[in-house]
Design a protein around this ligand. Structure first.
Ligand code: 2RA
Length: 340
């Protein structure tokens, strides 16, 4: 016996990946419903070898459904997540709405799966920001071995993190540069993204940080350890899918880079690709469609007593969103609901 599963936001990039990954991992689904906004009702989406038609989330009754994966943004989530939760359906939400709520667990299964037991306070579980998810997977084994004090991270985030319109903008803007008269002015982003980088993701805060940078700090503290100091600079780059991160780590105890490499090789969710030669590292193009959090360029930071540098790459639509959400559903099923 399996679960009655709902995917809300099934026509978006993340929603479609949720369906792909539920099928790929053969999540025990007895019945599935795919929901979209009124303007997308009837849109066909794939679930394994099946084709499903989306239903209207506004009129959908969540009663009798076990798990709902939400990828509809904070606004609609505010309206529909409480409705699903009140109907007894556990919501796993990819928006930022509930991530910082003390009554809602924020989970990366390789890091804090045990937090799943906190779901029952609101019947809601939060999925972290994509740039946080891959980073805490890489930090967790190092923290367990040498206790991380401080993290300095620079991100190189793909346009799919913004959504389909951003993917189209990068594609059309790049093409337009080669075809006189077909130049495409910035619309999704404040400046040209083709052959450029933009040091700004989400809104600016009074501190001068962006909200994306604030999220990486706040979420790392909630998921891994509130004592860890994190400072981030989040940058948008002309890549379609795959976030990359340059991570500098200061630890309480000394950890030799070779021991760190061995520890990372053994850690869940991580693939180490690290040869000190041309091409001996992972680039975003190679992570697309994969589950792994890739780690390369592992080396000592000799400028401080206990420092390490590493390069981390992962598919932001998968580990950064849809895969992590499905993995949370697997933990919920195996440890709590126990139907599958
Ligand atoms: C981004 N992390 O990359 C944000 C939201 N997915 O745009």
């Amino acid at each position: 016996m399996g679960y009655r599963v709902v995917v809300a936001g099934a026509t978006g990039n993340v929603g479609r990946e949720m369906l792909n990954i539920l099928a790929e991992r053969e999540f025990p689904v007895d019945e599935i419903a795919v929901l979209a906004s009124r303007r997308s009702i009837g849109t066909e989406v794939s679930f394994g070898d099946k084709t499903l038609k989306t239903k209207d989330i506004e009129t959908f009754d969540f009663t009798g459904w076990d798990i709902a994966l939400f990828a509809i943004g904070s606004g609609p989530t505010k309206e529909y997540a409480p409705r699903a939760a009140a109907a007894g359906c556990v919501v796993i939400d990819n928006s930022s709405l509930y991530r910082y709520d003390p009554d809602v667990p924020l989970i990366v299964p390789e890091v804090n799966a045990e937090a799943i037991h906190g779901y029952s306070k609101k019947n809601i579980i939060a999925n972290p920001n994509c740039s946080t998810a891959q980073m805490v997977v890489a930090l967790k084994p190092i923290h367990d071995r040498a206790k991380i004090k401080r993290v300095v991270v620079s991100t190189y985030q793909s346009v799919s993190g913004t959504g389909k319109a951003a993917i189209d903008e990068l594609w059309n803007q790049t093409k337009g540069l080669y075809v006189p008269g077909q130049e495409v002015a910035p619309e999704v982003y404040p400046k040209q993204i083709a052959f450029n980088v933009i040091p700004h993701i989400d809104v600016f805060l009074d501190s001068g940080d962006t909200k994306e940078e604030w999220k990486m700090a706040a979420e790392t503290k909630k998921i891994l350890d509130p004592a860890i100091k994190v400072t981030a600079t989040c940058v948008r780059v002309p890549v379609f899918v795959g976030h990359s991160e340059s991570i500098n780590i200061e630890t309480e105890d000394f950890l030799d880079w070779e021991e760190a490499t061995d520890i990372l090789r053994e850690a869940p969710g991580i693939l180490v690709v690290d040869k000190r030669e041309p091409g001996g590292y992972v680039t975003p193009i190679e992570c697309v469609g994969e589950y792994a959090t890739y780690v390369s360029r592992i080396r000592q930071d000799a400028t401080i007593e206990n420092g390490l540098n590493l390069w981390c790459v992962s598919d932001n639509l998968r580990k950064g969103a849809a895969l992590n959400a499905v993995q949370i559903a697997e933990v919920l099923g195996n440890r709590v609901l126990k139907k599958g």
